[in-house]
Design a protein around this ligand. Sequence first.
Ligand code: KG4
Ligand code: ZN
Length: 363
Amino acid sequence: MKILGIETSCDETAVCLIEASESFGSNFQFKIFGNALASQAALHAQYGGVFPNLAKREHIKNLPILLEQVMKETGLDPNKPDIDVIAVTVGPGLEPCLWTGITFVQQLVVQWGVPVVAVNHMEGHVVIAMLRREVDSEQLAVGSNYQLTTINFPVLSLLISGGHTELVLSKEFGHYQVVGQTRDDAAGEAFDKVARLLGLPYPGGPEISRLAAQARSSQLAAPFKLPRPMMHEDNFDFSFSGLKTAVRRIVEATPQTDLLKMQVSCEFENAVADVLVKKTLRAVDQFGAQTVLVGGGVSANTEIRRRLAEALAEAGGVSLLTPPIDLATDNAIMIALAGYFHAQKKEFADPTELVASGNLALH
Ligand code: KG4
Ligand code: ZN
């Protein structure tokens, strides 16, 4: 089955074409034929975060360009392409942005007459972490074949992105129970806001991570300690806004030197990692999870990955699934993969009734 994937939920416009076969399990195979992505990060940098109307305008501009790029890359006839289904993100995300993808797909359906699957963006982040790949291969290459890794349920997914921070329990593939979530800012949002306080560009995650790594390699201990919000509370919820406020106080009271930026970045990353790891391990214990899966843009963070791996190795017997680093942040391949899963179950949507759903939950 050939699937065209379309993603426009935030500030990444992405289009891809993949081919997948067999049901999700040991025989599943997929291949990437074409993959195009336009990031608006540089455009939003001046606002320190995503500016929805600007993002919408860019998606509208980028979608036809990226589709043409994928059509050329795959040699498909743009008038009557050999595509079996279109998978499009309908939520969660910024509604004006989601609508651009939906409207675009509705126009394609009129021209091509192919069925459509509505995809939950967060399910995309889950599915992309389930791929099997060579240990040292962090990129998925166009033209190569991929399979699923062997997954032992229950799976506990730690989903950490710019809009979400949640712990999700799955007793089988495609079933989700949210067992904990942030009560205020998402982890990625906290990285972005702290970066802004430090005068670092958007998106803040990679910048903070880079400075934190420098601080660690120079063994720069911070002369202050940031809080670990809710870390010892007996639940699976998170809170990151207090951490940002604590950083603001330090930054306002201290001259902004490169040294301070490195120290704050390192201590902030440590604080976020401590809380995420502790809460995840508590949930592993509570729900008897066999596998921990980490997904969403913040799962690109190498320190968080390293600490999760270390803690799970100590706990023993629980495996860790991570997405390829360059597919941890938003992309169309994860949407096409999640779409394939639903297309296989014939869960098609009426294209005229697709609706953008900013707060769409996993269930
Ligand atoms: O999943 P994603 O691409 O978009 C949403 O669905 O929100 O996640 C974007 C978020 C941003 O907040 C960005 O700062 C964060 O992921 N991020 C990182 C890293 N790379 C991206 N956070 C921490 N460390 C990173 N290396
Ligand atoms: Zn995302």
